[in-house]
Write a protein that binds this ligand. Sequence first.
Ligand code: PGA
Length: 304
Amino acid sequence: MNVTFRQLKVFAAVARHLSYTKAAKELHLSQPAVSMQIKQLEDSAGIDLFEQIGKKTYLTEAGREMFHYSKKIAQHLVEIEEVLAQLKGVSRGHLSIAVASTANYFATRLLAAFAKSHEGVSFSLDVTNRESLLHQLEHNECDLVIMGQPPEGVELVTEAFMDNPLVVIAPPDHPLVGVEKVSMKRLQEETFVIRESGSGTRIAMSRFFDEKGFQLKTGMEMTSNEAIKQAVEAGLGLGIVSVHTLALELEVNHLVVLNVAKFPILRHWYVVHRRGKRLSPVAEAFRQFVLGQAKEVLQSLVQR
Ligand code: PGA
């Protein structure tokens, strides 16, 4: 059967109105044009679809079947259009992400994995501190934020997608390396190299020791995880960092994670946006991707 969508559309209009005149009017066609389409459809189907009794037009049994299926086909066409519109939405466009400096150890991998299935999408990634992240959320300056410490009292949608354990690091020749369950009390004798105020890591660390009633001896303050790691390697003190910053140093044995009682400090990574913000199709796709697949994509990093 050689049927065109146009014939089906004309057929459906006649079947709905049971009138060639009304169908012609609806479709902005002449009545002979409508009759011609129906004639071609009937010829192709090899059976009459309408019958004329007196002045009235009726569907034949074959016509009723054809009407039933033509409605289904029309529905499918609408669905195809919707699916294609969605695909167009997420295969193009721009995604603007802002992440906490510690999250940058895995954010680029996430973007790379997402980009593989979204070739037409361009990205911008702002790696910045917590204060700036909060500012961007408040002023709607980026699509999504990845951070470890969503603030309370701000209208945000925050969804945890991965653990973020904080550990104590030392150089390999430190006397506490290899000691089973170093006590918090013993830790107080050490000097710590710490992150800048405003860093999520620093906030979590201070809260943890305050809650446990311990005070850390702090030495130098540094604005990046890289600087902290270098300083610890150089023997300037112990450090507390997210395990996600450590893959390489542990592998080549430049740093060691100490076995400390009550550690690691358990935290999570969150994907965050302002409540009520209308996410673009690309941003929504990335959010879903992070929530559903980030752990898997980053498995090797997480296992270390
Ligand atoms: P940060 O990390 O210490 O680099 O700000 C974010 C967080 O852990 O909250």
